[in-house]
Design a protein around this ligand. Sequence first.
Ligand SMILES: *[C@@H]1O[C@H](CO)[C@@H](O)[C@H](O)[C@H]1NC(C)=O
Ligand SMILES: *[C@@H]1O[C@H](CO)[C@@H](O)[C@H](O)[C@H]1NC(C)=O
Ligand SMILES: *[C@@H]1O[C@H](CO)[C@@H](O)[C@H](O)[C@H]1NC(C)=O
Length: 384
Amino acid sequence: MSLHGACLVLLVWITSCRLSSGEILKVRPLIVGEQLLWLNHNQGEIYSYRIPIMAATSRGSLLALAEARKASSSDAGAKFIALRRSTDKGRTWTPTKFLVNDGEVLDGLNLGAVIVDEQKDLVFVMYTLCGHHYDCLISSVMLIQTSDDGVSWSAPRNISEQVGTQMFMPGPGYGIQKRFEPKKGRLIVCGHGTLPRDGVYCLLSDDHGVKWRFGGSMRGIPYGQPKKRGDFTPDESQPFELPDGSVIVNSRNQNFYHCNCRVIMQSFDASETYPLDYLKFDEKLVDPAVAASAMFKNGVVFFTNPATPTKRINMTLQWSYDNGTTWQPTRLEIWRGPSAYSSLTMMERNTDDLRFIYLIYEKGYKDPYESISFVRIHLYGGLL
Ligand SMILES: *[C@@H]1O[C@H](CO)[C@@H](O)[C@H](O)[C@H]1NC(C)=O
Ligand SMILES: *[C@@H]1O[C@H](CO)[C@@H](O)[C@H](O)[C@H]1NC(C)=O
Ligand SMILES: *[C@@H]1O[C@H](CO)[C@@H](O)[C@H](O)[C@H]1NC(C)=O
């Protein structure tokens, strides 16, 4: 039996699965299943589905969510939040259920982040109303939650009553619950603002989603002024936690400051602050300015995006064995054609879960917004 095999078979605590030298178990990702969850017909009651996000619940179900745009492909416009749920790790899915209906407004809801509170077995979905100020002046951050694994959902709660009505758009992607100190148990949702409050912001909750407040931020430069190409505008964001308890945020670089690549920031105080000293531009993560995904699992950082400097094509999975400092030369091509937003998730309940990660992304043949696809990825080439 290989050392890798021994590690998996003898595994008792998933997080302790390391080779005896302390070396990380090397991965060989392989797509083992793919299914289109939503098809865009660009007509009818739902014009298009966009902005896919996903979470694995503490009971081991997968929740796939997207904006169901009613009348057009516009980022504004009226929408539903669409949900499909899988209790067999993505092999079969429930029909689409609509969780929220924003009516017939011109500037409707935008997704959003999905946050799993493993301590309390809760799942939250956070979204924004009136994010573009088309026919409305006041943005609101809203929250729905489930305590039965995504079967039934609460009525929307307006958390702008706590955090104010400046525009804040969460994600798109997942929020995290701190697993390590400092502030184990804290919920963290990062997203972006807009003029006059542009940049990345994170909302924090220390009481399982009851009360929220703004924590750390990384503001745009010039702050609060209209931007042009080359300005610093960190935008759509995905946080994840490293085992030392620090939080990395991987962000869209909207105006290509320094490079056509990702903005990386790091917090050592549970997302209260993101020191400038730790702001980086990861030139290896070439990016056309898009919502991408990043995730830490069992010693490995995973990253997905359309890995090109200007075009939304070539959805690619990359991985790093040193916390995102360097990336492995081998990559997994998910889809060479048009592809845009993506979001990763995983489970860590048993040894079988160690083998898989899951991706949801926007996929098409002529343009990336033809469908939303779900992919199961085996991390060990289907061998273990
Ligand atoms: C949410 O609360 C804010 C602050 O109280 C308020 O201005 C806004 O209208 C509320 N939004 C909704 C959709 O009720
Ligand atoms: C997309 O990926 C293919 C194969 O990996 C590569 O040949 C091509 O140059 C890539 N396109 C861009 C624009 O990077
Ligand atoms: C990655 O970060 C962890 C702490 O989160 C640390 O223990 C480990 O040594 C780091 N790995 C590398 C290769 O830098």
